[in-house]
Design a protein around this ligand. Structure first.
Ligand code: FES
Length: 550
């Protein structure tokens, strides 16, 4: 017998004494590294999904890792037989939303007027010379999400998109959610989260078809935690009530005039021009970040007279409501259920995820799987579909109980019983609570504004999850308000769009700063009716305005 090592789906008989990194290389699997297997860069992490006990003991270089993560350059297979399965932090093809759709025309009709300009061979940032060269000048927009990272490379003289890139945020070794990342960063000094992300960002930048040193400005958006970690700020206070970023605290104390952040390319640990300016867009609050701010820019809220709402559903759902006269925002602590977390057969939108579900007239499930292969789990849009179809066919009631008395519904039977894909009532409870938090947020924000759902002219569903939802199914289970579908815009990645706009236009960047100052933040936890709204929202039924809330 021998040990079989499977890495990123490719298998090889494990060679004793050879590291997982070396064996991955022999299979042609690309393992990120900046330290040539010295145990220093921490980029070569793998997640071990089977056979952890068959591996060599954890080394000193891996003390920062917990759970199923190992450094592949430090790990060998030591057992005599069995199967080790692992993958790099790039788990196959994740569906990552790079584009924005359905935005008002006005948002793109602005003159290209970047902070980086040229005067002959002189390259200037806000009029200050940083380089002399005749080559092109580029800018980089980055959306640093907890789960995914998206980059856009732009020509700053023409505004043209040169290339884009996206990858899973490798920081997930420190937990899937913002709160776990905050706890990890607080417990582990040494900026491991920053260094890991910077390593992945650097590799992505080096793959662009331009000299990285021709990137003279970078605009970074992302939730407050991701942004502040990138700018080397402590995120401890974001995890403690009243959940404020250091930049908000300093602003309240009069020590800064904006929550925006600036540093040099050199300090960012990226291969861009060392004197490049890296601008972190302003945040709205500790849990309504620069990504939400960028979204306001992308939908042209500063010039909007109509009433519009923005909902970015995620582990922390962000809500914005208003127009150029008044803007309210809130964040809803929904948790990871709708991203597949805490669900027995849940998974991210990777290959193998069930993303689309229907129940036919024969009562059988019809499934669509990302990549068209064998199902391995259910991602968020699939979960919404299942709930909706079970409701529609009377197999589940509004309280989330299965009507046939069984504890689980099986969607797909695998060759082995443990390979079957199912939804159980405890999963439904998790989804009900995630939905309850979102519905409570909607009611608090709309009632604080003094309007009901029918009063908005456009309802933007921002983000990758919102892009792939079925609107009818989402309305049926009460994940989004029961409103005219013609008003709902599945807008995709508005955050990267806003970042790109702020990169190309100084006027728009100023507009962004002013928009953020205008936002009134609603704190859900202190609203007197939050708990009532939450309990109501846990039921699977269409969400309508609560008349007495006005
Ligand atoms: S390759 Fe750098 S830590 Fe393993």
């Amino acid at each position: 017998m021998a040990v079989t090592l499977t890495i990123n789906g490719q298998s090889v008989p494990a060679s004793p004494g050879l590291s997982i990194f070396d064996q991955a290389e022999s299979l042609g699997v690309d393992v990120p590294t900046s330290c040539r297997k010295q145990g220093k860069c921490k980029e070569c992490m793998v997640e071990v999904v089977e056979g952890m006990a068959l591996l060599s003991p954890v080394t000193e270089a891996e003390r920062h890792l917990k759970g199923a993560f190992r450094l592949s350059c430090q790990t060998t297979v030591t057992a005599a037989d069995g199967h080790v399965r692992c993958h790099t932090m790039r788990r196959g093809q994740m569906r990552i939303e790079r584009h924005a759709l359905g935005l008002p025309l006005g948002a793109r009709s602005f003159p290209v007027d970047p902070a980086v300009t040229r005067d002959g061979e002189r390259i200037l940032i806000d009029g200050v010379e940083v380089e002399r060269c005749w080559g092109p000048i580029h800018g980089l927009a980055a959306d640093l999400g907890t789960t995914t990272v998206v980059l856009r490379l732009l020509d700053l003289e023409t505004g043209e998109l040169i290339a884009d890139a996206s990858f899973e945020n490798p920081q997930r070794f420190a937990g899937a959610e913002v709160m776990s990342r905050i706890a990890y960063d607080t417990e582990h000094p040494g900026r491991l989260l920053l260094r890991t992300l910077a390593g992945y960002l650097s590799h992505a930048i080096e793959k662009f078809p331009v000299d990285p040193k021709s990137i003279y400005e970078m605009v970074v958006v992302g939730n407050s935690t991701m942004r502040d970690l990138f700018f080397r700020h402590s995120v401890y206070t974001i995890g403690q009530t009243p959940y404020r970023s250091i930049t908000e605290i300093e602003m309240a104390e009069g020590r800064r005039t904006t929550t925006a952040l600036v540093q040099t390319g050199l300090r960012s640990l990226l291969p861009i021009h060392p004197r490049a300016r890296v601008y972190g867009a302003p945040i709205i609050s500790g849990h309504v970040g620069a990504d939400a701010a960028a979204c306001m820019l992308a939908i042209d809220l500063a010039h909007e007279d109509r009433l519009v709402a923005i909902m970015d559903i995620g582990t922390n759902t962000e809500l914005i409501l208003g127009n150029r006269h008044r803007i309210l925002a809130a964040s809803c602590p929904a948790g990871p259920a709708f991203e597949g977390g805490a669900i027995a057969c849940g998974m991210p939108a990777l290959e193998g995820a069930i993303e689309d579900v229907a129940i036919g007239g024969d009562g059988e499930f019809r499934l669509r799987v990302i990549g068209d292969g064998q199902p391995e789990g259910i991602c968020g849009s699939g979960l919404v579909d299942i709930l909706s179809e079970l409701l529609r066919t009377g197999r589940m009631n509004a309280m989330g109980r299965f009507e046939d008395g069984e504890p689980r519904v099986t969607l797909w039977r695998g060759p082995q019983p443990d390979e079957s894909i199912y939804l159980q009532e405890s999963d439904v409870n998790e989804l009900a609570q995630a939905k309850g938090a979102n519905v409570a947020g909607l009611h608090v924000v709309f009632s604080s504004y003094g309007i009901d759902f029918g009063d908005v002219d456009a309802f933007y569903l921002a983000g990758g999850f919102g892009r792939h939802l079925k609107v009818d199914a989402s309305k049926r289970i009460g994940l989004i308000p029961d409103m005219d579908a013609a008003k709902i815009v599945q807008a995709g990645n508005t955050a990267i769009e806003g970042a790109a706009i702020a990169l190309l236009s100084r006027a728009k960047r100023q507009e962004l700063e002013e928009l953020v100052r205008k936002v009134e933040h609603c704190r859900l936890e202190t609203h007197p009716r939050f708990f009532d709204y939450f309990v109501e929202g846990c039921q699977f039924k269409p969400v309508e305005a609560i008349p007495c809330a006005r």
